[in-house]
Structure formats: C-alpha cells, structure tokens
Design a protein around this ligand. Structure first.
Ligand code: PHE
Length: 412
C-alpha cells in the first residue's frame, strides 16, 4: 500500500535516526508491509529465547505514520536518544559484561490491527529481550496479549488506560493511569477554573478517550459539578458542529475533550466558529507538536486551553534540565513529553536488565516489577503491584505555540 519502502519512509520522517544509529536494525526494511501476510493474525507459539550473542535486542512498535504519527515519532526519538546514551557508555552492564543495545522498530501505522500483527512478529523472535510500545492505549491493549503469551516483557511509555497492564504480569507501563488523570482535570476544572457545568466530547473508538471521559465525569460529579451533556464523535469525522451545537444549547461553561490531537484541533476551530468561548480542556492525547497547527495556528482556536500530561520541559528539576539541554543540543529542539516518556521507558528497562544481571526475559520481568524510586526524567517511578507507575501529572496551558507550565498535581 505504501509507495515508499519502510526505510525511506523512516528516514524521511526522522532524519538521521536510522542512519545515525548503526545498531538500530530494521534488518528487512520491507518486512512489515501493510496488510500483513496471511496467517500473521494468529497467535504463535512462544519461541524459546536465544540469549547467545553480544547485544541486547529490544523491539519497539510505534505509530511512526498514520493518524497519530507524532506520538510514535516522538517516543521513538526518546528511545533512540536513550540507546545512544547507553551505547556511548559501552552498553548495559549484564553481570559484569557490557552489552550494547540494538533496537528493531516496527511501524504500526496508528492502527490497532497492525499493532497486533507486529506484536505477533516480535513474539516469535527468539532474540528479543523486551518490547517498548505502544503510546496509544487501544494499540497497547491489542498487542499486549501476544507478548504475554510469549513471555516477553512489554513496557508502554504512555498508555494510560487501566486495562492495558491487566492483560498480564509481563505488561508494564512507566506512566500514570487515567483514573488519576481524570481526577487531575476534574479537580482543575472545579477548583482552579471554578466550572460548574462541563460538557464532555468523547471518541468511543478509543479506549483512552472512553476511560478518561468516564473518570472525569465521575470525579467532577463528586466535586459537586454537573455534566451539561456527554456527546460522542468519530475521529475520522471532520464535522463536529452538531455535537458542538448541543453543547452550546446545554449552556456548558467548559468542554472536556479527551481525544487525540488531530480531531481536537478541528473541534476547537469549529467551536470558535459557533461562538463557543468557554474553556477547552483535555488530557495527554493533546500533547503533540501538531496540536496548535490543527487549531489554526498559534493564538487561534486553542489559545488558553488546558490539558494534563506527563512532564513539562520547563521543570526546574536538575534531571529535567540536563535532559532538555542534552537532547536539544543533539536534535535542535527541546524534547516533547513523549520524547521524555520514550527515554524513561528505555532507561527503566536498562536499569532492570542491569539489576537482573541477565537478559533472560523472566528475570528482566521480575526486576522490572521491583523498580523502586527510579529517578526518571518524568518523575520518580515506582512500579506498583499492578505494574503501573505512580507519578505526578502536570497541567499545561496553550500560549501561542508553547505549552506553558501551570501546575503539578501529585497523587495522594
Ligand atoms: N495516554 C494516551 C493513551 O493512552 C497516549 C498519549 C500519551 C498521547 C502521552 C500523548 C501523550 O492513549
């Protein structure tokens, strides 16, 4: 289906990436053509792990193209930056032997069924020690059963839907979950913005959107707020005027849109056209360098809107400042939130392999589960009994082309 080969597409999207890392292996550039080969949809039998060889092979599946491509491109940039750093230091110390990291990246084109296809492929690769992915919850949830079946640890940098890690004991994430994120935005709407009657716009096709909408609704009600109206949209639609008309008629004093950046930009533009001036709010799915552009550019439809996310590059923490400086020097721009999440996911895996003193999947899994007070760029990470990370969230406000830091909200 693609006109480009995977290698040329990757090079075009992320200049320098594939070429700069000689250990980044896409051994067969055409291995993952759209559509998949017949039979790849079925689960494979877990292959015995092959721990011979001098490198640590990490798999990554990400949305490098498609609907939410900035998610995959950014988390990949963070993962690549982490691997460069690890390899520049000689590799990861595995029981006294330094081993370099090699990554194979598969593009799932922002599609859940494609995420499953590439997961099946990784699951039958005896060399893969662990897999990093996906950003979006629906894709992580669809792929996770394959890694669980194969006994390969999977770490999502940023999928926040609670169901993802419930798939099994090999499935981890290094981010907070939506029951917390929904609480954060309900609290912000209620206490900071003093809103009383908020409308919700949700995308029923995304687990993330549904989960976050539900939690917001529940938490906002607990805080004494009312829901003006709760409407659904389809991410593929380009006309959201009828839903926005309902919201206007219901007299909402704010709109919570737990969607992804593409449709949020269009929704915001159409809201302005309809004369809706109330605050717009969202979650981490807004966190993309393409968000403001989609809303008509800086100072336009999303000016002043708020969203919750994982990290702010403006944090005063030394660890964050060092990371921002090093990444910017190499990449010519400051790292977005998902860059930091991708970096942290890889560094936490490296830390677990080191503590395990082994590349055996089960031992790496056990070490990951014991991660405690790890000083990550996006905060201190302890993996809890459900393999989730308990961390603070930040609220940012859109000001021009920038996401300005507003507040940090810590979990109780
Ligand atoms: N939390 C979102 C999900 O679960 C993904 C996401 C994370 C998007 C961070 C942007 C930034 O689908």
């Amino acid at each position: 289906m693609h006109k480009f080969s995977r290698a040329s597409l990757l090079k075009a999207l992320i200049p320098g990436l594939v070429l700069s890392l000689n250990l980044v292996g896409c051994k067969d550039p055409n291995a993952n053509k759209t559509g998949g080969d017949p039979g790849t949809g079925a689960a494979t039998t877990a292959a015995a792990q092959d721990t011979s060889g001098d490198t640590i092979k990490v798999g990554q599946y990400a949305s490098l193209t498609g609907e939410t491509s900035t998610f995959g491109v950014e988390s990949n940039a963070g993962l690549t930056f982490a691997i460069d750093e690890l390899n520049a230091a000689g590799g990861i110390d595995v029981g006294g032997k330094k081993m370099k990291v090699e990554v194979e990246t598969q593009d799932d084109q922002s599609k859940a069924d494609e995420a499953k296809t590439v997961a099946v492929k990784f699951a039958s690769d005896a060399k893969v020690v662990a897999v990093i992915g996906e950003v979006a919850s629906s894709r992580s949830k669809t792929a996770a059963p394959e890694f669980q079946r194969a006994g390969i640890p999977m770490i999502s940098p940023s999928s926040t839907n609670p169901e993802v890690t419930k798939v099994g004991d090999f499935i981890f994430r290094v981010c907070f979950i939506d029951p917390f994120q929904g609480f954060v935005m309900a609290k912000f709407a209620s206490e900071e913005l003093k809103l009383k009657k908020v409308a919700i716009m949700r995308d029923p096709s995304q687990d993330y959107s549904v989960g976050l909408a539900d939690v917001f609704k529940e938490e906002f009600a607990k805080m004494g707020g009312a829901i003006a109206v709760d409407v659904s949209y389809n991410a593929k639609d380009s006309d959201f005027r009828s839903q926005l008309g309902q919201i206007k008629a219901a007299g909402a004093d704010g709109i919570f849109i737990p969607g992804y950046y593409n449709e949020v930009g269009t929704i915001a533009r159409q809201a302005k056209e309809l004369g809706i001036e109330v605050p717009l709010m969202g979650g981490d799915g807004w966190d993309s360098e393409k968000l403001v552009e989609g809303a008509g550019g800086p100072g336009k439809a999303l000016e002043g809107a708020y969203f919750s996310t994982h990290y702010s590059k403006d944090s005063k923490e030394q660890k964050v400042q060092d990371f921002v400086k090093a990444f910017s020097a190499k990449n010519g721009k400051a790292p977005a939130s998902l860059v930091a999440q991708g970096y942290d996911a890889m560094m936490i895996l490296a830390d677990a392999i080191k503590r395990a003193g082994s590349t055996e999947r089960k031992k790496v899994r056990d070490a990951l589960a014991q991660t405690k007070d790890y000083e990550a760029v996006t905060g201190k990470i302890t993996i809890d009994a459900d393999r989730n990370a308990t961390k603070s969230a930040v609220v940012l406000q859109i000001k021009g082309a920038e996401f300005a830091y507003v507040k940090t909200i810590a979990p109780n």
